[in-house]
Design a protein around this ligand. Structure first.
Ligand code: NGQ
Ligand code: ZN
Length: 405
C-alpha cells in the first residue's frame, strides 16, 4: 500500500444506491417490446427477474456485484433491499433470509454494507394492494420493524442497518409516520422520490403536492435522509432539500438507461445541496462512469463545459470526488477509516500527472480500469486490479445465472 500523501491513493467511494439482484438482468432489457417502452415496461421485466431469486442465487449474484464494485473503487454499498419473501409472498422460515444473503455476500467480499431493508406496502399513491408480482416485497409496519431489529444485532464497523421507504407510491403516510417515530433517530433513511413524471402527477392528484414538496412538509427530513433520484424538482424543492441537509443520490447511468430525466445539478449545488452517486440497476458498476455522466448530462443540456465546480475548486474530477465523499458518512451511517483505492501510477493515462490532475485523468480519460488496489477498513481486498476471490465468485455467479435464466 502506498503512503497517505500519495496522489494515487484516494479515499474509497460510497455507492449510495444498489439493488443487487438487478445485476442479473443488466443488458437484458435492451430490446424493444413495445413502441411505448419506458421505465414502466422495464419494471415489468425487472419484476419477472425479481420473481426468480432465492437466498442462494441472491448471495451468488450479490457476491459477483460486490466484487465488481470493489474492483471499480466503491468501498461501501447502500443496499436498498426489498426482495424479502418467497415468490408467493410468504415469509421464509427465517424472515431475514434474503437480507442475510446480502450480509454474507458483503462480509465475504469485504465491502462495507449499509443494509436498508425497504418498507413496501401499496401498489400506488391510491393505496391499492400490491399486485401479485410485488407480494414478495411487502410488510406491515410491525413485521418490518421486527426485521430491522433482527438485522441490527449484527451491526459492526462494516455493517450498518438503516431503513428505506420504497417510495411515496408504496408507503402510506400513516405507515411512514409510524416507522419514523419508532426507529432510532440516528438511523440512515433512504427513499426513492420523484424519479418519473408520472409519479409527480399522481402525487399532485392524490396528496395535493409534488413528492419532494410533500415529503419536506410531512417528515422531519434532515441529514440522515437520502433522497434517491429526486430527478424532477422545482427550484423551491431543490432549495428545500439543500436546507434540510439531506443527500440526493443520483444514479446517472441508470437514470439515462431508464429515461428518467436529468437532475438539476448546478442549481442544487448552488443551493448548497449534498449529493452522492449510486449504481442502482447495475447497468454500470463504475464510479468513473457515474461521475463522468453526472457531468456530461449537464454539458449536453446546457451547452457549457466544466459544470460541477465550486469556488476555489476548478477541477471537475476533484470537485465531484470531494462532493461525494462529503455526503458519505451521513448517507451510509458508516465510517471510512482504512478505505483506500490505489490507482495505477504507471498507466499511460497518468503520464506526466500532477497531484492536481489525478482525479480528472481518472474520471475523464479513456476506459482502461485504473484501480490497482483496494483496501477496506485496512484489509486489502483487491490486488493488481483483481478481487481476491474473483474466480470462485464468478464461477458461482455463472451457476446462479444458469438457474435464473
Ligand atoms: C426499484 N428502480 O425499486 O428497483 C426501482 C423500480 C419502482 C428504480 N427506481 C421500481 N430505478 O420504482 O417502482
Ligand atoms: Zn432504486
Amino acid at each position: 500500500m502506498r503512503t497517505p500523501n500519495d496522489p494515487f491513493a484516494l479515499r474509497g467511494i460510497a455507492n449510495l444506491h444498489s439493488h443487487a439482484f438487478q445485476r442479473a438482468m443488466a443488458g437484458l432489457a435492451e430490446r424493444r417490446t413495445d413502441r411505448g417502452d419506458s421505465f414502466w415496461t422495464w419494471r415489468e421485466t425487472m419484476y419477472r427477474m425479481a420473481g426468480r431469486f432465492d437466498p442462494d442465487t441472491l448471495h451468488a449474484v450479490a457476491s459477483q456485484l460486490y466484487a465488481e464494485m470493489l474492483e471499480a473503487g466503491y468501498t461501501t454499498v447502500c443496499e436498498f433491499h426489498y426482495l424479502h419473501h418467497q415468490p408467493d409472498g410468504r415469509p421464509y422460515a427465517d424472515p431475514a433470509a434474503m437480507s442475510r444473503a446480502l450480509v454474507r455476500a458483503a462480509r465475504e467480499t469485504g465491502i462495507r454494507l449499509a443494509l436498508l431493508p425497504v418498507l413496501y406496502m401499496t401498489g400506488g399513491f391510491d393505496g391499492r394492494a400490491l399486485a401479485e408480482r410485488q407480494r414478495r416485497f411487502g410488510h406491515d409496519v410491525d413485521a418490518f420493524l421486527r426485521l430491522v431489529e433482527a438485522l441490527r444485532t449484527d451491526e459492526s464497523e462494516v455493517l450498518r442497518v438503516g431503513c428505506a421507504l420504497h417510495s411515496l407510491r408504496a408507503v402510506p403516510a400513516d405507515a411512514m409516520q409510524a416507522v419514523l417515530s419508532t426507529l432510532p433517530r440516528d438511523m440512515p433513511v433512504h427513499i426513492h422520490i420523484a424519479e418519473q413524471l408520472g409519479e409527480v402527477q399522481d402525487s399532485l392528484a392524490v396528496r395535493g403536492a409534488r413528492p419532494v414538496e410533500w415529503l419536506l412538509d410531512n417528515a422531519a427530513v434532515d441529514a440522515r435522509w437520502t433522497l434517491v433520484h429526486a430527478t424532477h424538482l422545482e427550484r423551491a424543492e431543490a432549495e428545500g432539500i439543500a436546507r434540510s441537509g439531506a443527500t440526493v443520490a443520483i444514479c446517472p447511468t441508470t437514470e439515462a438507461n431508464l429515461g428518467d430525466g436529468l437532475f438539476p445539478l448546478r442549481h442544487f449545488l448552488d443551493a448548497g445541496g449534498a449529493i452522492g452517486i449510486g449504481s442502482d440497476s447495475q447497468v454500470s458498476v463504475s464510479p468513473v462512469e457515474e461521475l463522468r455522466w453526472l457531468e456530461y448530462g449537464q454539458r449536453l443540456a446546457t451547452h457549457h463545459r466544466n459544470i460541477a465546480v465550486r469556488p476555489g475548486s476548478p477541477s471537475v474530477g476533484t470537485t465531484l470526488l470531494d462532493t461525494v465523499h462529503a455526503s458519505a458518512a451521513n448517507a451510509t451511517g458508516l465510517g471510512c477509516d482504512g478505505d483506500v483505492v490505489v490507482l495505477d501510477a504507471e498507466a499511460p493515462q497518468f503520464a506526466g500527472a500532477t497531484p492536481d490532475d489525478v482525479a480528472d485523468r481518472w474520471i475523464f480519460s479513456g476506459n482502461r480500469p485504473l484501480v490497482r488496489e483496494v483496501h477496506v477498513a485496512g484489509t486489502r481486498v483487491v490486488a493488481d486490479g483483481r478481487h481476491r476471490d474473483r474466480d470462485a465468485i464468478a464461477a458461482r455467479y455463472r451457476t446462479a445465472m444458469a438457474t435464473l435464466l
